[in-house]
Design a protein around this ligand. Structure first.
Ligand SMILES: Nc1ncnc2c1ncn2[C@@H]1O[C@H](COP(=O)(O)OP(=O)(O)O)[C@@H](O)[C@H]1O
Ligand SMILES: O=C(O)C1=C[C@@H](OP(=O)(O)O)[C@@H](O)[C@H](O)C1
Length: 310
């Protein structure tokens, strides 16, 4: 009983730490999970390919919760390998949880889909569709539960989890794990990841709550479909709240549709709408080129997470 799946990393439009409302978008950077189930095994053993010392509790809980819910409580092994840097603001935890839950469903022989109504912009979530055993939104909510239990999140991060699972841009209420908006988005993306790491669970929540009026403004812009402006305002507000330098954002602004600190940092993400002739991510890469860390060019993705056939 082996299963495999891959899920997306994501960038931030609105950090949910201020108000519980968040927004994020899927990018073409993946985490893959392989799950081997064994009905005789006592518990679940996890392994993270890139970092033998990293905490495997999240992915072990994902397998255990998924087999409890949809299987017979099987144990086994889970291994992730990832292009999403850990704890860098690019939603490594959401991608790992989503990939693991879907890989467990695959190992259980379950059909994962969106059920009914799925279209390009509105992802369906019809658990009664006979062709679907588990919807991606159900799988996503299970991963969020595991993240809460593992203590790797403040709000549950349903914003990041839905962007990683469904692709496109999502706006969510993280208090209720409710998807408010999901839309496709086609942007070029430039990511700067400094060498340091910032674990979400260690973020200064009180400082984020202090900028709640700005977060409300960002939410209004996002709910109006003005994702780029929302993202840039978010970046300025949360860079200030969390003590990150706003210079990279200021340098990017003349050449980008939007730019923001991603999540609780430290990565900064600039995006360019190909329809916008003023944008030039090469110029942003030049401006950021002397900073320590890694620069990565990628794109948004609208397909989200999926089971992988060998
Ligand atoms: N590839 C991975 N495999 C398994 N667990 C992971 C992986 N990446 C991240 N995690 C889990 O997520 C935690 C980091 O979460 P977080 O601080 O929210 O980072 P991010 O902002 O990248 O989501 C790690 O301590 C680990 O428990
Ligand atoms: O833990 C959380 O509740 C959150 C963590 C942040 O993301 P990162 O994990 O990328 O820092 C933030 O963007 C998100 O809206 C909510």
């Amino acid at each position: 009983m082996e299963g495999r799946a891959a899920a997306l990393g994501a960038g931030t439009v609105l950090n949910a730490l201020a108000t519980g409302t968040g927004a994020a978008f899927g990018i073409d950077v993946e985490t893959r999970a392989t799950v081997e189930l064994d009905p005789e095994a006592d518990g679940v053993e996890g392994e993270i390919a890139e970092d033998a010392a990293a905490d495997t509790d999240l992915i072990e809980r994902c397998v255990a919760l998924a087999t409890e819910r949809w299987g017979d409580g099987e144990g086994g092994r889970v291994r992730t390998d990832s292009d999403v840097p850990l704890a860098a603001g690019l939603k490594s935890s959401s991608a790992a949880a989503n990939a693991t839950v879907l890989a467990t469903c695959d190992a259980l022989g379950l059909a994962v889909g969106d059920g009914g109504r799925a279209s390009d912009d509105a992802v369906g979530d019809d658990p009664d569709d006979p062709a679907v055993d588990v919807t991606r939104l159900e799988a996503c909510r299970l991963g969020v539960r595991a993240a809460r239990e593992a203590g790797v999140t403040v709000t549950g991060a349903f914003d990041d989890a839905t962007a990683s699972m469904l692709g496109g841009v999502t706006v969510t209420d993280n208090g209720a794990d409710e998807l408010r908006v999901r839309e496709t988005v086609d942007w070029e993306v430039l990511v700067w990841t400094p060498p340091e790491r910032a674990y979400s669970a260690e973020a200064d929540v009180a400082r984020c709550e202090a900028v709640a009026p700005m977060a409300d403004l960002v939410a209004d812009l996002a709910l109006d479909g003005r994702y780029g402006e929302a993202m840039t305002v978010n970046g300025l507000a949360f860079s200030a709240a969390l003590g990150f330098d706003a210079d990279p954002a200021v340098e990017a602004m003349p050449h980008a549709t939007a730019v923001s600190l991603s999540g609780t940092g430290p990565s900064v993400v600039a995006v360019a709408d190909p329809a916008d002739p003023e944008t030039d991510l090469d110029a942003v890469a030049d401006a950021w080129g002397d900073r320590p860390g890694a620069l990565r060019r990628t794109t948004t993705r609208n397909d989200g997470a999926a089971v992988e056939r060998p």
